[in-house]
Design a protein around this ligand. Structure first.
Ligand code: HEC
Length: 192
């Protein structure tokens, strides 16, 4: 008897589920149909949704938001949110070393850091905004990002301690290894 009761219960649930699914489909097709487009699926992304996804910053600075910062402000951001993984001065680790190493790339023990290796300063904005702090990516606001960039560039001897970093000044910074890369001459290499 118990078994009978359970299976009735189950088929009832399946019935309710099927009706709900059918209604959802009718609603979805109807809703999309109102736009009168294509297969009647989905909807146009809103400007806000596109802005949230469209976070890449190009070497020319395209995509950099308003905001600004200096090394002095950045020192506080770095100490609070980065030093536990990259060390108090950005050299000690335990994670990637961010400071120093200039002039080591051609030696037997190259040390690749922002200062020794990165060709474009604007990549700092893209990468830090996208991926750091490693345990809370996307949590920094533009002023915090610009100021921690200013601090990292200052530590690497690339800007002065009072330099203001913003959407206008960051693309103008000439990175020490800017001309250290050789263009790949092969045509149509995947991932190029
Ligand atoms: C919880 C640990 C952790 C914290 C906190 C952290 N990072 Fe990182 N960071 C990493 C790890 C791990 C990598 C290597 C990631 C990879 O290779 O994908 C990395 C890589 C980087 C790199 C790229 C280094 C290179 O040359 O490839 C930069 C720049 C960087 N972090 C900046 C920051 C900044 C700025 C902060 C603070 C806002 C921060 N990180 C906080 C763990 C951390």
């Amino acid at each position: 008897m118990e078994g009978y009761g359970t299976s009735t219960h189950r088929s009832l649930l399946i019935g309710v589920g099927t009706v709900a699914l059918t209604l959802a489909c009718v609603w979805a097709v109807g809703a999309a149909g109102e736009d009168g487009e294509g297969y009647g699926l989905g909807r146009a992304a809103t400007d806000e949704e596109i802005r949230a996804w469209n976070i890449d910053v190009s070497p020319t600075g395209e995509g950099l938001p308003p905001g600004q910062g200096t090394a002095k402000q950045g020192a506080q951001v770095f100490a609070a949110k980065c030093a536990m993984c990259h060390g108090p001065t950005g050299k000690e680790g335990p994670k990637d070393r961010l400071v120093g190493g200039q002039g080591t790339l051609m030696t037997g023990k190259p040390i690749k850091t922002i200062g020794s290796y990165w060709p474009y300063a604007t990549t700092l904005y893209d990468f830090i905004h996208r991926a750091m702090p490693f345990n809370a990516p996307g949590s920094l606001n533009p002023d915090e990002i610009y100021s921690v960039i200013a601090w990292l560039l200052f530590q690497n001897g690339i800007v002065k301690d009072d330099a203001v970093i913003d959407a206008r000044t960051l693309p103008q910074i000439q990175m020490p290894n800017r001309n250290g890369f050789i263009p790949d001459p092969r045509p149509d290499v995947p991932g190029k």
